[in-house]
Design a protein around this ligand. Sequence first.
Ligand SMILES: O=P(O)(O)OC[C@@H](O)[C@@H](O)c1c[nH]c2ccccc12
Length: 391
Amino acid sequence: MEGLASLNAPFQATLFLSSRPRTLNPPTQVNSFKRNSFSTFSVRAQVDSTDGSAAVSTSGESVTETLKIKEWEVGMLQNEVASSQGIRIRRRPPSGPPLHYVGPFQFRLQNEGNTPRNILEEIVWNKDTEVSQLKERKPLSVLKKALENAPPARDFIGALRAANERTGLPGLIAEVKKASPSRGILRENFDPVEIAQSYEKGGAACLSVLTDEKYFKGSFENLEAIRKAGVKCPLLCKEFIVDAWQLYYARTKGADAVLLIAAVLPDLDIKYMIKICKLLGLTALVEVHDEREFDRVLSIEGIELIGINNRNLETFELDISITKKLLEGERGKIVRERDIIMVGESGLFTPEDIAYVQEAGVRAILVGESIVKQSDPGKGISNLFGKDISI
Ligand SMILES: O=P(O)(O)OC[C@@H](O)[C@@H](O)c1c[nH]c2ccccc12
């Protein structure tokens, strides 16, 4: 039978036999964990079983178990809300997939519901775990104190507008990027501060610094070091934000802007996070990849900066005509009327690419691979634009 991979019965069995009341079992139907088949029936089944457990349990472990089941229920309901907004990326329930029992054996079935369906989902699930661990070490109260010593936030959008006006070309957000899951290692000899300084000299308006370690080989140390080295370009913290705590964390590390990905965050989360960004002086770059995400984001009040990612983060497919397609017609008109700055992201390599996305309506671009791979990244900027934009 497929999926009995993580059967860890012998060890768990002792635990189970010694203290676990049988009535604590979460619903055993495997399908109930699948987002789309999460039926009212299965909710009721869990509630019944947890109620039952409360009645019989006196031990601490039972209470923990009950809480875990409740957390799991909330996680599933959050996924339902996200799904209704067309978000395909599911959030992992905080306590992980439910356990199943056969006699004294306890195991987890690997199935569609508890295995990430694509790389973006895997990254987000991993980030959820990572953030909950970091949060324990640095609770919000600690971060709020640390904010007092954070360097002041700088005007990210102002820098992009100024560069666009000065050069007549899209303002450049140059990305300090060592690797990516789709391209592997981009640069072996990677000195983040040197790269950042070279970008600044080459005429970048802002910088983007990847902070995800596991998939992009980035770090918050890189962000902090670049800020501390005196680089004047405002800094985007390029992270997978799943929790408002990360906004505070990014600010304490010297970020001036953060990325919010519409494929990951439901509308309410984006609205809430934009409010917190404003409180902290952070600029939010909200990223979209298709019409539905773009429409959702356009309906949110206070949006000033939207990125169109030409790369699909679920499949890695790259197509720069996405920027053009999304800015055609009514959406482009709304953007111009509201003076929203659009950023063309990913897959830009040549002066022709730049001209193409500029023609489509972007006033800024976000570029990593094509410039970070050059031995002199600052010169890479001149190659990208077909001219020196530092003067
Ligand atoms: O290296 P490229 O193709 O020039 O892409 C840069 C940037 O757009 C890309 O890194 C990116 C855009 N949105 C993201 C979200 C997460 C991780 C990475 C990204």
